[in-house]
Design a protein around this ligand. Sequence first.
Ligand code: CTP
Ligand code: CA
Length: 234
Amino acid sequence: AGADPVPGGLEGRTVVVSAGGTREPLDPVRFLGNRSSGKQGYALAAVAARRGAEVVLVSANTELAPPPGVSVVPVSTALELKAAVEEAAEGADVVVMAAAVADFRPAHYADAKIKKSHDPADPDAAPVVELVRNPDVLAGLVERRGDEASPVIVGFAAETGDDEGSVLDHARAKLARKGCDLLVVNEVGTDKTFGRDDNTIHILRQGSSHVIDAGPAPKDEVAAAVWDAVQQIL
Ligand code: CTP
Ligand code: CA
């Protein structure tokens, strides 16, 4: 437990945090997944609880202990996560989408384990996995909210710089596209963020060019910076 310089401030508020990474099953023993550990989402939930909020943590495939005072709703797939987040978001003051949600899932689920040799005509043939798009949970929350100011919606983005632009260029475009209130951006590389205890983030606010930088710092210090930014909006 790291120090939170601003304890309190979320009393009487209900917040929803999604954490971890979804798994999209291919057959009874295999899935498409990602490297999200859930640590940042758990830290966000823990800090919100310490600040007095009622916290629902929609948790996808983590191995973390539930933070004290937080209700955990376990989910696995993107569709399960969407249903759980939407239900918890009803009447909530804030929704933070820290989970890594799979953009695609296998189009077909095989009820029995897929065998190495699936084509008798060509025993060495590699199967092709067809994918379909998952719904965008964050964009759906923004859409459902319509013109209402509540809940405050926070997105996360793991970005890398490339030929098209810097990390912040991509993040600004994503914030505009998603329409959420805040976008928390972290720079990802092979060992930069996933599963680590330290994080470096930039917080972008809709309609503002001001960027808040936090870290490198332990994930609960970063979480405190995110709640500070949320509390400015509440
Ligand atoms: N997200 C979501 N539902 C999805 C995919 C993403 O709610 N199906 C949310 C994530 O939880 C995160 C935010 O959207 O808060 C940004 O996710 P990201 O993967 O960075 O954005 P995408 O729009 O999927 O863009 P891309 O993967 O192409 O960068
Ligand atoms: Ca994505």
